[in-house]
Design a protein around this ligand. Structure first.
Ligand code: F0G
Length: 486
C-alpha cells in the first residue's frame, strides 16, 4: 500500500514532501564530536532520557511538547487571562474543545497522564479490567496503580512489522466480545481506544472499526473512552486510507470519531502542539463524577494545573488540527524517512505511521539477547554515532510483572519522533544515512544492563551500562569510515 498524498508535483517527478510553512524563530543545535557523545552517554546512564540538549544534534525523543507552534498560537499566548477562577482563557479552550472534539463538558488536566490518573482514580478498582487496542506506558501505570489490569486486543497483523495493512491499530472485535464475556461487563468500567496506537509504531484505527467497537460497547452497556492525543494524525490517515472519507474534511472526520466515544481525553502536548491536557464528555453524570478530582490533583477547574498561556495555545492549536497542510507535514516526513531507510535495507515498521519512524532494532540486532535490552542498546548506539536522540520502545519501556519478572515487549523498536514542522529534509536525510551505516555495522553493538532500576516507569530514570566495550569498537569503526567528520 502506498500513501501517495501530495498536492504539489515536481516537474522532475521526484516525490518529496514540500513544506507549506516557513521558519521564523530558530534554535541552534549542537553536533559534538563522537568522543563527547560517549561521555554524555556515560553521564546519562546509557539512557537517552538522561542526555542534555547541549550534547544532542537532532532531538527525536518525542513529539510531546516539541511540535513547532504557529504564529497564531504565540500571539494568543500574549492575551492570556491570569485569573485563578473564571479565566476567559479557559472559556476559549472550552469553546475550542466543543467545536473540535464535540464535547461540552471539559475537565482540564496538566497533561495526558494526569487525565489518565483522574479516569483511573474514578473508575478503576481492584479486579477491574480495561480492554484496549494497545496500552500506552502511562495509561498502564495508572490502571495498575489503582489495582486494575488491561487486555490488549489487536489483530495479529498489528504485530507484523512489515505489513501493508492500513489500520494496524484496529481493535480485534471478536477478542473484545470474548474479553467482556470472560470478565463480565460489571468488571469493565470502560473500553479504551487509543488513536494512532503509539507503542506499536503509531498505527491508526479506522472509523469502521471504531463504529463496531461502539456497537459492542452499547450491547454490553460499557463506556467507550478515546485517547485522542494523536487524533489529528489518525484522522488524516483515515482520509488517506479509508475510502468513505477520501473527500471528507478533517473537522468532520475528527468529529465523526469523537462522537462515537463517551469520554475523550488528550495530551495537548501532542494534539494541539502546546502543553497541557484534558478530559471531555457530553455526559453530565460523568462530568460530575470526575469534577472533584480536578481541584484535588490538578488545580482549580478553570486552569487544571496548566499555565493560562498554554491554555490559549491549546485553544488555537485545537482549531489548527483542521488544517490538513499542518497535520500532514509530520506523517509525510515520516513516510519519506521510512521509505528511504527501507530502500537502504534498514528494517522499519511499515506502513509508515505517525509521531515518528520506528526502526526494528530486533531485526538489526538479533545477536543481542532479549534480556540485554535490544532496543535500548540500539538507541544508545544510534546516539553515539549520529548525535540523534531517539526513544527506546521495547522491553526497557515495559514494567516488570507482579513477581518481578521481566515482561518482554512484542517489538523492540527505536522510535525516531518527527515533531510537526521542526526538522528539515537534509536533517532527515542525515538520519537515514547514519541508520544505514549503523545497520551495516550492527554486529559491533552489544547489550546493556541496569545499574539503577526504578520500580515505576523505569525507562525514564533508569541508569544502565554497556556489557563489554562495544561503544569503543563502534567509535573505532566510525573513525575508520568517517575520518574527522562529526
Ligand atoms: N496517551 C498517548 C497515546 C500518549 O502518546 C501519551 C504521551 C500520553 C497518553 C500521555 O500524555 O505525556 O501529556 O502525559 N506520549 C508521549 C510520547 C510521552 O513521547 O509518546 P502526557
Amino acid at each position: 500500500m502506498s500513501n501517495n498524498y501530495q498536492k504539489v508535483k515536481f516537474f522532475s517527478g521526484e516525490n518529496i514532501p514540500l513544506e507549506l510553512h516557513k521558519a521564523r524563530i530558530v534554535q541552534k543545535l549542537f553536533l559534538v564530536p563522537i568522543e563527547r557523545r560517549l561521555e554524555a552517554l556515560k553521564e546519562g546512564g546509557f539512557n537517552t532520557f538522561g542526555l542534555q540538549t547541549t550534547d544532542i544534534f537532532l532531538d527525536m525523543i518525542t513529539d510531546s511538547g516539541t511540535n513547532a507552534m504557529s504564529d497564531n498560537q504565540l500571539a494568543a499566548m500574549m492575551r492570556a487571562d491570569d485569573a485563578y477562577a473564571g479565566s476567559q482563557s479557559y472559556v476559549r479552550m472550552q469553546k475550542a474543545v466543543e467545536d473540535v472534539l464535540g464535547k461540552k463538558y471539559l475537565l482540564p488536566a496538566h497533561q495526558g497522564r494526569a487525565a489518565e490518573n483522574i479516569l483511573a482514580c474514578a473508575y478503576v478498582k481492584k479486579g477491574s479490567v480495561i480492554p484496549m487496542n494497545y496500552h500506552f506506558t502511562t495509561t498502564l501505570a495508572h490502571i495498575t496503580q489503582y489495582g486494575g489490569g488491561i487486555e490488549e486486543l489487536l489483530y495479529d497483523e498489528a504485530y507484523v512489522i512489515n505489513s501493508s495493512h492500513p489500520f494496524k491499530g484496529n481493535m480485534n472485535l471478536e477478542k473484545l466480545e470474548d474479553c467482556i464475556k470472560r470478565h463480565s461487563a460489571a468488571n469493565i468500567p470502560f473500553i479504551r481506544m487509543e488513536a494512532s496506537t503509539n507503542l506499536i509504531g503509531g498505527q491508526p484505527f479506522s472509523v469502521e472499526n471504531l463504529r463496531a467497537v461502539r456497537a459492542i460497547a452499547d450491547k454490553y452497556n460499557i463506556r467507550l473512552v478515546l485517547d485522542a492525543s494523536l487524533m489529528g494524525e489518525n484522522a488524516w490517515l483515515v482520509k488517506q486510507r479509508e475510502p468513505e472519507f477520501h473527500h471528507t474534511g478533517m473537522a468532520d472526520i475528527i468529529r465523526t470519531m469523537t462522537n462515537l466515544a463517551d469520554i475523550v481525553y488528550f495530551s495537548a502536548r501532542k494534539l494541539s502542539s502546546s502543553r497541557g491536557g484534558g478530559i471531555c464528555t457530553n455526559d453530565l453524570k460523568v462530568y460530575k463524577e470526575l469534577e472533584p478530582l480536578v481541584p484535588l490533583f490538578e488545580g482549580f477547574l478553570t486552569y487544571g494545573g496548566m499555565s493560562v498561556r498554554e491554555i490559549e495555545a491549546i485553544a488555537v492549536g485545537l482549531y489548527e488540527t483542521w488544517d490538513e497542510n499542518m497535520i500532514c507535514q509530520s506523517p509525510q516526513y515520516i513516510e519519506y524517512l521510512v521509505n528511504s531507510a527501507v530502500a537502504k535495507g534498514v528494517p522499519m515498521v511499515t506502513p509508515p505511521g505517525v509521531l515518528g519512524a520506528h526502526v526494528n532494532a530486533r531485526g538489526i540486532c538479533s545477536h543481542i539477547p532479549k534480556t540485554q535490552y535490544i532496543a535500548g542498546a540500539f538507541a544508545a548506539a544510534f546516539f553515539l554515532i549520529s548525535g540523534v536522540r531517539g526513544m527506546e520502545r521495547g522491553s526497557l519501556s515495559n514494567q516488570r510483572d507482579e513477581y518481578g519478572n521481566e515482561t518482554f515487549a512484542d517489538m523492540e523498536l527505536l522510535r525516531l519522533a518527527v515533531p510537526r514542522r521542526v526538522f528539515t529534509l537534509s536533517q532527515i536525510k542525515y538520519v537515514v544515512d547514519r541508520l544505514d551505516w549503523l545497520t551495516q555495522n550492527s554486529r559491533l553493538i552489544g547489550g546493556l544492563k541496569f545499574v539503577y532500576e526504578p520500580p515505576v516507569l523505569r525507562f525514564f530514570m533508569g541508569r544502565l551500562e554497556p556489557i563489554g566495550d562495544w561503544p569503543q569498537k563502534l567509535i573505532a569503526k566510525f573513525k575508520e569510515d568517517f575520518g574527522d567528520s562529526l
